[in-house]
Design a protein around this ligand. Structure first.
Ligand SMILES: [Zn+2]
Length: 147
């Protein structure tokens, strides 16, 4: 839609289709620019998109406005191993409803204040913030274990 908006969003192979002002903030509808996805089972590229069921994902606030992304969740068919697979996006962890950078932001915020305060500031429930914190915490532990 708009080159500047894509540059601001700064996500790989993603373009902004539309930007909708909502009561709570803004909703950016996104589209994937790459037509293929690599099969996670056999690593062959697939160009056969089977279906797309977009999901809403929370991202960092833009100019002080709560920001949600409508992200394509594409399912492909791999002709090589004859299986369906759902595309994994590099900027959202598997089955999460927040971008990685937003989860990292929340994680940092909680460390310097509290879950209570962050949930109020970010308009999230206590459980949501705690869920993100635990997710990030377990990932850091995994990474520390690897190195
Ligand atoms: Zn395959």
């Amino acid at each position: 839609m708009d080159f500047h908006l894509d540059a601001l969003l700064n996500l790989p192979y993603i373009t902004v289709e539309s930007c909708i002002q909502q009561e709570q903030g803004v909703l950016l509808k996104l589209r994937c620019l790459n037509e293929q996805s690599d099969c996670p089972h056999c690593q062959h590229p697939s160009y056969e998109m089977h279906q797309n069921r977009p999901v809403l994902i929370r991202d960092l606030s833009v100019f002080g406005q709560l920001t949600q992304l409508q992200v394509p969740r594409r399912q492909f068919y791999c002709g090589n191993c004859q299986r369906y697979f759902t595309e994994r996006l590099s900027f959202v962890d598997w089955e999460r409803r927040y971008t990685q950078r937003y989860e990292e932001h929340l994680y940092q915020q909680v460390q310097s204040s509290s879950i209570e305060q962050v949930s109020r500031m970010e308009n999230l429930s206590w459980d949501q913030v705690q869920g993100v914190f635990m997710h990030r915490f377990s990932q850091e532990k995994k990474q520390a274990g690897r190195s």
